[in-house]
Structure formats: C-alpha cells, structure tokens
Design a protein around this ligand. Structure first.
Ligand SMILES: [Zn+2]
Length: 76
C-alpha cells in the first residue's frame, strides 16, 4: 500500500511580497524590513497575508470613547 505523503502546502514560493510596499521578503519574515508592517503567511498569489492590527483598533476606539465622555462632561 502506498504511503500517503502529504505534500507541504506551499513549496512553490521562496519569498513573499509585502502587501504594503511590494518588497520581496523571506517566507519566514514576521515583519517587512522596509516598511515594518506585520506580515502573515504567504498566500497562493505569493503575497504575504496582512495581519489585523488589533492594538491600533483598540486605541482608536478608546480615543473615540474618551472624546465622547469629554464632550458629555464639557457640554452637558
Ligand atoms: Zn513592506
């Protein structure tokens, strides 16, 4: 019986492309060396997946909440 050799998903790509600056970066790179954006795994197009910047979202929401409370406190 033949042994089912599971082929690794992506052996075609030797590098991935940064979605921000289109610079080629190593496959295992977690961060783009030129624009410092965080990078995920390579996809089928050879582009690095863009990771969600949760910290930026949280800071943005917190600032909006602060603004809302400030407006409420200052004008009502
Ligand atoms: Zn980049």
């Amino acid at each position: 019986m033949a042994v089912d050799t599971a082929t690794p998903k992506d052996k075609r790509h030797v590098s991935k492309k940064c979605p921000e600056c289109y610079e080629y970066v190593p496959l295992e790179a977690k961060r783009c060396p030129s624009c410092k954006v965080r990078l995920g795994a390579v996809n089928e197009h050879g582009m690095a997946e863009r990771l969600t910047n949760w910290r930026a979202y949280i800071i943005c929401i917190a600032l909006w909440l602060f603004l809302a409370f400030y407006v409420k406190w200052a004008f009502f």
